[in-house]
Design a protein around this ligand. Structure first.
Ligand code: GRF
Length: 203
């Protein structure tokens, strides 16, 4: 799988993928890490791993389409065919999604369809859930909405702080995102309506 990773922040999910790819347990090659924030830590992680980066402040573009057009060009030039969103804090335009149909994945820190949006973990904790979790899904034009590939649940007790839950959710993300990518790399995922089917392993 030839991957471009889009990240605006820390990049711990990127790191999880880089680490597993380096260990040889994930058939993914990260061709590009792109960001709309020139100071994103994710870019440092990429540079440390010797991966090309593309970073442009979205404010310096005329609009969303213009930014996404430049991003699509950079991704195409990198040779990547699959896009991993990892803490990428921008909505993608239809132009972008049409450039990589069925090849854009995202991770959300809640058990969708519960708690979409940017405050996934905080909303879940404030709601008082006893099970939190995360979701890796295909991206469509609605935020945190596309077909679910894999989810993981983590327990929440009344004594847990938001940070406790956040840590647990992140650890689960670092497990399930590489798993989803590996399934995609093995060509095992297909869609029926919005339900993702996983074909048996041929290994
Ligand atoms: C993750 O919690 C992910 O679910 C959300 O943004 C966060 C990114 O974390 N979409 P990181 O940048 O990969 O550390």
């Amino acid at each position: 799988l030839q991957l471009a990773v889009l990240a605006s922040g820390n990049g711990s999910n990127l790191q999880a993928v880089l680490d597993r790819a380096a260990q040889g347990v994930l058939d993914v090659e990260v061709r590009l890490v792109a960001s709309n924030k020139e100071d994103a830590c994710a870019l440092d992680r990429a540079r440390r791993a010797g991966i090309p980066v593309w970073a442009r402040n979205h404010g310096s573009f005329a609009g969303r389409e213009e930014f996404d057009a430049a991003l699509v060009d950079a991704i195409r030039a990198s040779g990547a065919d699959t896009i991993m969103l990892a803490g990428y804090m921008r909505l993608l335009t239809p132009y972008f999604l049409n450039a990589f149909p069925g090849r854009v994945l995202n991770v959300h820190p809640a058990l969708l369809p519960s708690f979409p949006g940017v405050r996934g973990v905080a909303d879940a904790v404030e709601y008082g859930v006893r099970v939190a979790g995360c979701t890796v899904h295909f991206v469509d034009e609605i935020m945190d909405h596309g077909p679910v590939i894999i989810q993981a649940a983590v327990p929440v007790s009344a004594c847990d702080s938001r940070d406790d839950v956040l840590q647990r959710v992140h650890a689960a993300e670092h497990r399930i995102y590489p798993q989803a990518l590996q399934w995609l790399a093995e060509g095992r995922l297909s869609l029926q309506g919005r339900v993702v089917h996983l074909a048996p392993s041929r290994r």
